[in-house]
Design a protein around this ligand. Sequence first.
Ligand code: ZN
Length: 68
Amino acid sequence: MGVPKRKVAHARQMDRRSHHALTLPQLVECPHCHEQKLPHRVCPACGWYNGRQAVVLKTPGAEGGDKA
Ligand SMILES: [Zn+2]
């Protein structure tokens, strides 16, 4: 079993973790259905992209309907 060679002091441990913060994804409003979506992605709510229906969803019109 591996054994640490030296104790990591609390300050050093927290210094290392100072870069671990996560950021929320940037969201934009879909121009078609006004849901929040990732930029440069097909809207998951309505399948709209670049001013046209890019993807036909399996459950059209369903609010927040995932699989099943
Ligand atoms: Zn949309």
